[in-house]
Design a protein around this ligand. Structure first.
Ligand code: HEC
Ligand code: HEC
Length: 208
């Protein structure tokens, strides 16, 4: 019966609020059960062939302007698909990719990628460490975690490629047209170019 409901839901490219809440509940009940998590992991792995070209099969991105998905919080990953599919978040590739995934796919892929491990990288420039650390501790850690580990809908930042972080913060500062209404827009407006470079370098080297 459940499977039937999800097949029916997946016919609609964009899902209602109630359906999203239902899927989020499903996500947390899967996460609470080792057997269901294992099933979802296998089902997710089956659906990431295309994604792997950009985000890596193990969730470590293949290019510096593409985010890692490894160890990202499953709730954030799932919510990101919903935002791309609904138009709340815009990206040329991702907006199309998200509408091709059923609700089940989104749940399974979020779990699969969330369970991968980030490959540790160095900070880009050690001389930016102190400024990066100061700004991160003052402004960012309250939401993104002391070491950028994230939590539920607060994304993990630790180990994200510096170039992705730099570009993303710069877009938020410019008004966030790619993610209208994001909490990050007013926060990024306080940052100078030097702050953004230091934060991007620092975050890439974080290893919670
Ligand atoms: C051609 C490259 C490409 C492919 C293929 C691709 N992505 Fe992406 N993806 C990106 C880029 C670039 C971004 C960053 C977009 C932005 O700046 O908002 C992104 C963002 C994301 C995000 C948000 C991550 C975050 O940290 O906010 C998720 C989740 C995601 N992709 C999942 C997927 C999945 C699942 C697939 C396969 C169905 C996929 N992507 C296929 C390039 C790609
Ligand atoms: C009030 C809580 C809050 C604070 C403080 C905050 N963030 Fe965020 N941040 C968020 C949320 C929530 C998101 C996801 C929002 C979205 O999708 O637009 C996010 C998204 C991001 C992203 C995009 C992540 C991705 O994977 O695409 C980056 C980069 C980021 N924040 C960096 C920072 C930095 C650097 C600071 C400190 C200067 C900071 N944030 C402070 C809540 C916060």
């Amino acid at each position: 019966m459940r499977a039937l409901i999800f097949i029916a839901l997946s016919i609609f490219a964009s899902t209602s609020y109630a359906q999203q809440q239902e899927a989020l509940k499903k996500l947390s009940s899967i996460m609470a059960s080792p057997e269901l998590t294992q099933e979802a992991y296998i089902a997710g792995e089956d659906r990431i062939t295309l994604c792997g070209y950009c985000h890596g099969k193990d969730g470590n991105s293949t290019r510096s302007h593409i985010p890692n998905l490894a160890e990202q919080t499953p709730v954030y990953l799932f919510t990101a698909f919903e935002k791309f599919a609904s138009g709340e978040r815009n990206d040329f590739v991702m907006s199309k990719a998200a509408t091709m995934l059923s609700l089940d796919d989104r749940v399974n892929i979020a779990l699969f990628y969330g369970m991968q491990k980030v490959k540790q990288k160095e900070a880009v420039d050690p001389s930016l460490h102190d400024l990066g650390e100061t700004k991160f501790t003052q402004i960012c850690s309250a939401c993104h975690g002391t070491n950028g580990e994230g939590n539920d809908d607060m994304p993990r930042l630790a180990g994200q490629p510096a170039e992705y972080v730099r570009q993303t913060l710069t877009l938020f500062r410019a008004g966030g047209e790619h993610r209208p209404g994001s909490l990050m827009i007013p926060i990024a407006k306080q940052l100078s170019d030097a702050d953004i470079n230091a934060l991007a370098s620092y975050v890439q080297g974080l290893n919670p």
